[in-house]
Design a protein around this ligand. Structure first.
Ligand code: NAD
Length: 702
């Protein structure tokens, strides 16, 4: 006798097969086996007249099991296609009882069922395009047959979820045979529905439905034009159009063959590999190797922010947006007024643009309060310091915080360059101290580097990571080092950009090469946006401390002219009042050329490939040190930092994934070539031991 199948139950004369693979009933091998076994059992049981397929817990099914991504298990029989075929071939009707989440392979499974009953409020989607793919288990062939070509194509190209009640209201739709009154009554209604159709034969199959668009070719031409505009560097959206067109022009089986071959082709593209990497890296970033997922968290109900300047205001907005009250403290009343006015202005701009409702704006402002006294911070559960970047000022602030904050409160610093461990040492509770390195503008940028000090407690980390999620940030843990993950790498990128100017490039040439590669902004435009004086101050401090470090002095010359960037109307480029367009500056180009001549350098023509490789590989080598030192715990974290904080092109998957794609052997070879250049700094091009080892072993960053 076989053990009873836990996914299988019989209610009266209806068999119920329940997908049960938390959290979203991903269709992994064990789940697929349970479904086919359940079908066989129901068909063999003479007392069963119909079958209901549903999902346990929080979903019908979220689709493929991400644990099987890129593993042979995904294709192991019964694979998804075979499971759907088994459902179609069931001699007894199969009714999908759909609720909560029905996406990707989950929706494709439902489309293989003979009937579908849905609960209202269910999110229905084919999101494969977001991974650079098209649906690969019949989604592009079956959805147009039940929803009509246009509605189906919109869902497939966008990947966005649509609510079940909206889909059920589309005229002529055949996706749902019934919309249940509520999620609670879904099972009861699905069982009754199954009873009512138990004797209907032949069994209806979506594959047998007609699929045409009345305008035929003209419609698909129009769709291609629309999609081309938004697809940019990604091949998948246009392939979605091709596949849906195939559904209208080819027999079902031929359309399926077209879909699967297109899917397989897309799986091999670098764009899809990058997007799949990003998907996995994003989920992995929230996991800290030695901090278990069930670590108890501290309750954070009230936040205090010290400093209402550029960062403090933006940081406060994150919490106000999430409905968490914020108290801001400043040294002087004028600074508080200025800070509050800036927050108000930011929200008002959103209201004017229609992005924020007036009542929401008022609710958020009502959550904001201010003070000049530390004693008013006693009831805050967490405080984030964003005062001047000066150790003396930080010391005074943290000593005050240590005095007034209640036991167990989290003390966070937004410092970008100072030693967090030293800051923690100003308190008697270094285990409660953590870094929260927001990026500017803090209310907009997705990235949050969570800086883990020597003493930072695990529950503090777990709490801050969860809080990051609450305020919709991508949080990545970094150890303590100069610049943490992101800025430590960008320093090497910037140094290479400087050498390139000395060797013969113009700022615009370097920027164009990086922008063609896909960076949101080249290094010089980025400097102008962030303020060239910030880098200047860091160089003054650092290179005085480490006088041996070789770097181009051009950026210092620029700052000596007061050209700090957009904020001063001039930087590497010229700016017209009120405009952001970077106009090449004859003065800067002359300054670069004069400096080059004074160094006795004859300029040479430098190609885009060398420009991009020098900037990116210099970062990759620094990142290899960062990994080796344990500052980052995995290479995917470094990629997340660059994808969300530095405008690295998504379709390249981040610097580490990009290096893996090029092949680490090839990266090291290029580095050895660059090391021969006497105008460069050979030290940068000594491969980090980790990189050298992986390259020699033919491996990749993990
Ligand atoms: P800012 O000069 O705009 O604001 C600092 C604010 O702190 C000012 O309003 C000042 O009045 C206030 N302040 C100074 N001393 C104080 C004290 N003792 N008590 C209370 N308030 C005090 O600076 P910012 O750009 O917002 O930077 C703040 C912190 O954030 C720094 O540590 C900086 O390194 C870090 N940071 C800045 C950026 C950025 O792009 N600006 C990005 C990431 C991190």
């Amino acid at each position: 006798m076989t053990a009873p199948n836990p996914h299988y139950q019989v209610h009266g004369n209806i068999a119920v097969i329940t997908l049960n693979n938390p959290p979203v009933n991903g269709l992994g091998l064990a789940t697929r086996r349970a479904v086919t076994a359940g079908l066989a059992q129901a068909n063999a049981d003479k007392t069963v007249v119909a079958i209901v397929l549903t999902g346990a817990g929080k979903a019908f099914s979220g689709g493929a099991d991400i644990k099987e991504f890129d593993t042979p298990q995904a294709m192991q029989e019964p694979n998804l296609l075979s499971m759907i075929l088994a459902i179609e071939h069931s001699a007894k009707p199969v009714v999908a009882a759909i609720h909560s989440v029905c996406m990707g392979g989950g929706l494709e499974t439902a489309l293989g069922c003979h009937y579908r009953v849905a609960a209202p409020g269910c999110n229905v989607a084919l999101p494969e395009v977001k991974l650079g793919l098209i649906p690969g288990a019949g989604g592009t062939q079956r959805l147009p047959r039940v929803l009509g070509v246009e509605a189906a194509l919109n869902m497939i190209v966008s990947g966005e979820p649509v609510k079940s009640e909206l889909l059920a209201s589309l005229p002529g739709q055949k996706l749902f045979d019934k919309l249940a009154a509520s999620a609670e009554s879904l099972m009861e209604e699905a069982l009754a529905f199954a009873q009512s159709i138990a004797d209907v034969r032949p069994l209806p199959l979506v594959r047998n439905l007609k699929c045409k668009h009345p305008q035929g070719d003209a419609y698909f031409q129009f769709a291609r034009n629309m999609v081309k505009g938004m697809a940019k560097n990604y091949p998948a959206p246009l392939k979605c159009v091709d596949a849906v067109e195939a559904a209208t022009k080819q027999k079902f089986e031929a359309g399926m063959a077209f879909e699967i071959s297109t899917f397989m082709g897309l799986m091999m593209t670098s764009e899809s590999r990058a997007l799949r990497h990003l998907f996995a890296a994003e989920r992995a970033a929230s996991k800290i190797p030695d901090v278990p997922a069930d670590t108890a968290q501290r309750a954070i109900k009230r936040i205090a922010v010290i400093g209402a300047g550029t960062m403090g205001g933006g940081i406060a907005m994150n919490f106000l947006n999430a409905g968490i009250p914020v108290k801001m403290l400043e040294a002087k009343p004028e600074a508080l007024e200025r800070g509050v006015a800036t927050i108000r202005k930011n929200y008002e701009a959103q209201v004017t643009k229609g992005k924020l409702k007036q009542d929401k704006f008022e609710q958020r402002m009502a959550l904001l309060s201010t003070t000049l006294s530390y004693d008013d911070l006693r009831d805050a559960d967490m405080v984030i310091e964003a005062v001047f970047e000066d150790m003396g000022v930080k010391k005074a602030v943290f000593q005050e915080l240590d005095r007034v904050m209640k036991p167990g409160a989290i003390l966070a610093s937004n410092t970008s360059t100072l030693d967090l461990d030293q800051i923690a040492s100003f308190t008697l509770r270094p285990h409660d101290v953590v870094g929260t390195h927001f990026f500017s503008p803090a209310n907009v940028m997705k990235l949050l580097e969570v800086v883990r000090g020597k003493a930072t407690a695990k529950d503090v980390l777990a709490t801050v990571m969860a809080l990051g999620k609450k305020i919709k940030k991508t949080s990545v843990v970094s150890g303590v080092c100069d610049g943490f993950i992101g800025n430590r790498m960008i320093e090497q990128y910037g140094r290479q950009a400087g050498f390139l100017l000395d060797e013969g490039c113009t700022p615009a040439q370097v920027d164009k090469a990086l922008e063609k590669f896909g960076m949101a902004m080249g290094p010089f435009r980025m400097g102008d946006l962030a303020g060239n004086d910030i880098g200047w101050a860091i160089r003054k401090r650092k290179y005085v401390e480490q006088p041996g470090v070789k770097y181009s002095k051009t950026a210092d010359l620029l700052c000596e002219l007061g050209r700090f960037g957009q904020k001063t109307g001039a930087g590497w480029y010229d700016y017209q009042a009120g405009k952001r367009d970077a106009l090449p500056s004859a003065l800067v180009e002359k300054m670069v050329a004069d400096n080059r001549a004074s160094l006795g350098i004859t300029p040479r023509k430098i190609g885009d490939e060398e420009i991009v490789q020098r900037l990116v590989f210099a970062m990759v080598n620094e990142a290899a040190h960062i990994l080796e030192e344990g500052i980052a715990s995995k290479s995917g974290d470094i990629d997340m930092v660059y994808l969300t904080g530095y405008g690295f092109p998504i379709y390249r998957g981040g610097p580490m994934h990009y290096a893996n794609e090029i092949g680490l052997f090839n990266v090291v070879q290029a580095m050895q070539r660059f090391a021969q250049n006497p105008l460069d700094d050979a030290a940068i091009w000594t491969p980090a031991p980790l990189l050298a080892r992986l390259a020699a072993d033919g491996q990749t960053f993990n």
